[in-house]
Design a protein around this ligand. Structure first.
Ligand SMILES: Nc1ncnc2c1ncn2[C@@H]1O[C@H](COP(=O)(O)OP(=O)(O)OP(=O)(O)O)[C@@H](O)[C@H]1O
Length: 226
């Protein structure tokens, strides 16, 4: 980590294949910040997030995410970067054939946890953080959409990340449940984990104001008001 930054991008160009999606990106996000990422469909929000979790390489410029240098990041280092990130995306859903507990245990084991007692404790800890300890033995289809999204957030917290990247985490939820998810993500940021959240939901942004960055015309604009 550079000082207090969890994300540091300096003059970064981001390509998808040969297509320059974003150019000259300068962005700094500090520990514990809560940041909205907005922009029209196709403006580059997902590409920007992909750079942050090591899915897309940066062509020009310099970048760091949770202390990892993005320009020189090697394929075999990506899992270590991801362990310090929590990812809450619509296409990273729960495994439907196992309980909430088994979903969480699966991730811990896959990221190197071995001690059964520590694993059990960690699972209870993250479920407490999202207020759903009582659902530990349920299957995903036995809980509501909002509860499933809270479990996805619990899963993202398992390895105590420095940064959560959330792509439209309220996309499929009703307004009231969406607000609950945002309140939870904001609590998480206040406890020190930065959150960057892509959204199209202006109601949420107005109800819970915070720093906004916007992808527009191939650039990233900072401190936008809507
Ligand atoms: N795998 C890919 N190969 C080639 N071009 C891509 C690829 N993924 C995205 N693009 C292009 O890159 C540009 C930015 O896409 P990106 O998915 O980052 O936008 P977005 O702002 O996240 O959109 P949305 O709100 O729809 O998710 C678009 O022009 C898109 O067509």
């Amino acid at each position: 980590m550079i000082g207090n930054s969890v994300i540091e991008l300096n003059s970064v160009d981001i390509f998808q294949q040969k297509h320059l999606v974003l150019s000259g990106v300068n962005l700094q996000v500090s520990r514990g910040e809560f940041v909205y990422l907005i922009g029209q469909t196709g403006s580059g929000k997902s590409s920007l997030l992909k750079v942050m979790y090591g899915e897309l390489h940066i062509a020009n410029g310099e970048g760091h995410a949770v202390g990892f240098p993005l320009k020189t990041l090697k394929e075999n280092e990506v899992p270590f970067l991801r362990r310090k990130l929590g990812i809450v995306f619509q296409d990273f859903q729960l495994l439907t054939d196992r309980t909430i507990e088994e979903n969480l245990r699966f991730v811990l084991k896959a990221t190197g946890w071995k001690d059964k007692n520590l694993i059990d404790e960690r699972i209870k800890d993250v479920l407490d953080k999202v207020g759903l300890r009582s659902k530990i033995k349920k299957m995903p289809h036995e809980i509501s959409g909002g509860e499933q999204q809270r479990i996805v957030i619990a899963r993202a917290l398992l390895n105590d990340p420095e940064l959560i990247l959330a792509d439209e985490p309220t996309g499929n939820l009703d307004p009231e449940t969406s607000e609950e998810i945002i309140i939870l993500l904001r609590q998480i940021s206040q406890s020190g984990t930065a959150v960057i959240m892509a959204t199209h939901d202006y109601h949420i942004i107005r109800t819970f104001p915070s720093r906004i960055i916007k992808c527009e015309n191939g650039k990233v604009l900072d401190n936008i008001t809507v």
